[in-house]
Write a protein that binds this ligand. Sequence first.
Ligand code: EPU
Length: 350
Amino acid sequence: MVAVADFDASGGLVPRARDLSDLNTFALVSQASAYVQLRSAGDLPRLAELATRYESLLVLGGGSNVVLPSAIGGLVAHVALRGVRLVGEDEESRIVEAAAGESWHDFVTQCVARGWDGLENLALIPGTVGAAPVQNIGAYGVELCDRFAGLTAYDLHSRRWVDMEAAECAFAYRDSIFKHEPGRWVITAVRMRLPKRWQPVLEYPDLRRYPGLAAAPTARDIFGAVCEIRRSKLPDPATLGNAGSFFKNPVVPANRYEALQARFPGLVGYPHGGDAYKLAAGWLIDRCGWKGRRMGPVGVHERQALVLVNYGGASADDVLTLAAAVRSDVGERYGVELEIEPVVVAAPRR
Ligand code: EPU
C-alpha cells in the first residue's frame, strides 16, 4: 500500500479519495471522495473540526456490518487505533481494554490464549472491537453486553471525551444508541469484564449438540467449537463478500408465535424476554425457497439463508433489490416483517 500522507505538516487530517471495496466485508464497490484514517486519540478533535466541512460523517471500523453506496460524498473516517491491555483486576474479574481498531477475533483469541476466559462464544465474528458495541454483537448464547464493562468515545457534538457504561449505551438485541445516532460518537476503546470464576455458556443448540463439549469443557474447547461451527455454515468474507446475518431474527408476541406454529409446525423460535419469541429468520427465508438462490451478482448463501453474499462486482442496489424480494416473500407467506440488520449507508443527495 502506498503511504499517502493522511496528515499535513501541522498534524491536521488530510482527506483523500479512496475506493472502499477492501474496507467492507461485502466487498461492495464504493468510492469515497474524502477518506481519513484515525491512528491516535489526538486525531479525534481534528476529526471533529474537519467533519464540520462535510454533509455527513461515516465512521468505519472493519466494515463488516455496512452496506455502502457506490459513491460517498461525505467524510469517511477509518478507525485504526491499536492496543490491548489489562486495565483492572480484583478477586472476581479482570477488565481488559482493547483499542477500537483491533480485530475483534484477534482480541478474543488473545484473551483465550492468556486464560482470560469469557469471550470464547464470540469467536470469529468479523469486524473490529470498536464496531462490536454498535450492533451489540452476539453469538452462541452470549452478547457483548453480557461482558461489557464500559467504553471510551469521542463525542463529536460536545467535542469531549466520554466514558460510557452499559446503561448509557442502551444495548438491546443487535442494537445500541450508536445505531440510532450514527456519526455522533467515535468509539476509541472498549472494556470487557471477564469473570475469574468462569462458567461455560452452552445453551445454544449447536453447542449442546457439538461432540466433545458435554463434560467439563474449557474456554479453549468452546472457542474451537464455535470457530468450527461458524466455518461450517457461514461464508468467509475473505473469499465470498458478505455482512453476516442480513436480517434480524424477528421478535413476535407469544400468541402470534403460537398461531404461526400451528400453521407451520416446523417453525423455529426461542423464548425472548417475558411474553415474546424470537423467530429464526433463516428458517423463514429457507422455507420460502431462497436458500442458495442467485439474483445477478448477489445471492442467498447456500448454507445459511440469513446471509446475503456478493459473488463479485455487486453494488448496494443489487443487495437491496435482493433483500426487498426476500422480505416481500417472507411477509406474504408468514406475515412477518424482516428488519435489515447491517447499517445501510445513504447514497449522496443529488
Ligand atoms: N435455519 C434454517 N435454514 C437456514 C438457516 C437457519 O432452517 O438457512 C434454522 C436452523 O436450522 C436453526 C435456526 O434456523 O434451527 C437458527 O439458525 P442458526 O443457529 O444458524 O442461527 P441464526 O438465528 O440464523 C443467529 C445470529 C448469528 C449467530 C447465530 C449463533 C442473528 C441475526 N444472527 O443466527 O449472528 O452467529 O445466531 O448464535 O441474530 C450475525 O449477526 O451476523 C450472525 C451471524
